[in-house]
Write a protein that binds this ligand. Structure first.
Ligand SMILES: *Cc1c(COP(=O)(O)O)cnc(C)c1O
Length: 427
């Protein structure tokens, strides 16, 4: 153990932080064991899908030009479909991010005169302009698609009455966000999503239920597509890319929904047939292969942070004991100094850009300064250890990721070190 202490000392972690962290971790063994079991289950799921589809060395290289007959791409899409238990999937580097994937899924499956319903409150900020909640060029609103929203009740439960009333003859698609994102509502378990979908389909069987699956993949043993969702949508620079995918997004779902999406992403008539993968196939496969383990590391980091900061007296969401349905952890640090110190710690622990100091700045679209910390191999990747928060009360930091548990652990220890150096916590 003394050797280990010395390694942490060399990185700037004091004995106090080291001992405190080990005490916290003593109490988390059983939870970590359960996370490992889920990761094992999901690892087998991934390997099984790869074997079943006879993934071969030739699939790891890519095409150029139109990308006709890209068997690596087509096989990967079948692997995704098998993992998510869907009829089909679209997994493409041409999908630039999660927001883009959601836009493709929505705009492909809605037509003028249709209505989109969110029964779980306001969706993620970047959806505002897709839907037209905030006016934007090319929004669904501009194309004559209306939007209706039913908020969760104060205790976080579904407003079944309100949802029933909101569903009408024009309701074509229901969007359900699994992760809380930056809202304060609880993240939805796949089980709860299933209950909601059953309720909705009971009222209107032909409505398309789409789940924004960002940050949720591989956290549980089942995915929302196994609980009735017609489409699940996400980003490859989050969970399923396993940290290796350099870009991309996915849409998995029914044959009809995915075909609509493919016709929208490329062109009517072309659909899934085109889209060169250049060199990314091998990182898509390998990232997916690693994703269950990477997600497990990120979850351990989130739970370690929740427990470490909770014991120091901070409000943490979710709390130290709650079950997890995504990889995001929020900590209310209570002061600008606390938020800045936390982010400095995350940055100082990074493998890349550890020597830079994050500073608050006036990011477009936000009503206060924002601070962000990340030292990532893939720019903007949030399956890598990253933290950010707006400089306004209650000075919450949202952090997520960590390609390895040991890195997530160091990041959180370093955040406590910076808090301690600034006199903000007392161990
Ligand atoms: C990250 C995220 C998005 C958007 O993904 P980007 O890749 O940032 O565009 C959408 N919804 C949720 C819940 C997210 O977490």
């Amino acid at each position: 153990m003394e050797e280990m202490r010395e390694m942490y000392r060399n990185l700037g972690i004091s004995d106090k932080i080291y001992d405190y962290s080990n005490d916290i971790l003593e109490g988390l063994k059983e939870r970590f064991d359960n996370i490992d079991k889920n990761a094992e289950y999901n690892q087998l799921k991934v390997i099984n899908a790869m074997q079943k589809n006879r993934v071969a060395e030739m699939h790891l290289s890519g095409t150029t030009g139109y990308g006709y007959n890209d068997s690596g791409r087509d096989t990967l899409e079948q692997v995704y479909a098998d993992i998510f238990k869907t009829e089909s999937a679209l997994v493409r580097p041409q999908i630039t991010c999660g927001t883009h994937a959601l836009n493709v899924a929505l705009s492909a499956n809605l037509r003028p005169g249709d209505e989109l319903l969110s029964p779980v409150g306001k969706p993620y900020d970047t959806m505002d302009e897709i839907i037209g909640i905030r006016p934007s060029k090319g929004s669904l609103k501009e194309y004559g698609v209306t939007y209706s929203q039913v908020d969760l009740l104060a205790d976080g439960s579904f407003d079944y009455n309100g949802i029933k009333q909101a569903i009408n003859s024009r309701t074509k698609l229901v969007t359900i966000q699994r992760s809380k994102g930056y809202a304060s509502r609880p993240t939805l378990s796949v089980e709860r999503i299933g209950e909601l979908i059953r309720f909705i389909k009971n009222i209107k069987p032909d409505v398309i239920c789409m789940v924004d699956n960002c940050y949720g993949e591989f956290v549980e043993r089942i995915e929302p597509s196994q609980a009735g969702a017609d489409m699940v949508v996400g980003s490859l620079i989050k969970n399923p890319g396993g940290g290796l995918a350099p870009c991309g997004g996915y849409i998995a779902g029914t044959k009809e929904c995915v075909e609509q999406a493919a016709f929208r992403l490329s062109s009517p008539g072309l659909g899934k047939e085109v889209g060169a993968t250049l060199g990314v196939n091998s990182s898509f496969y390998q990232g997916l292969f690693l994703a269950p383990t990477v997600v497990a590391g990120a979850l351990k980091g989130a739970i370690f942070a929740a427990n470490a900061y909770e014991k120091l007296g901070f409000k943490v969401i979710p709390d130290g004991k709650e079950p997890r349905y995504d990889i995001i952890q929020a900590v209310e640090l209570g002061s600008d100094k606390g938020l800045i110190a936390f982010c400095k710690g995350i940055q100082a622990a990074a493998p890349v850009d550890s020597f830079v100091t994050p500073e608050p700045w006036a990011m477009p679209g936000y009503d206060s300064d924002v601070i962000m910390a990340a030292g990532a191999f893939v720019s903007g990747s949030s399956i890598e250890l990253s933290a950010d928060g707006p400089l306004k009360p209650p000075y919450s930091v949202y952090f997520q990721g960590g390609l390895t548990w040991y890195h997530a652990k160091l990041g959180i220890m370093m955040s406590m070190q910076k808090m301690s150096d600034a006199g903000l916590i007392n161990l």
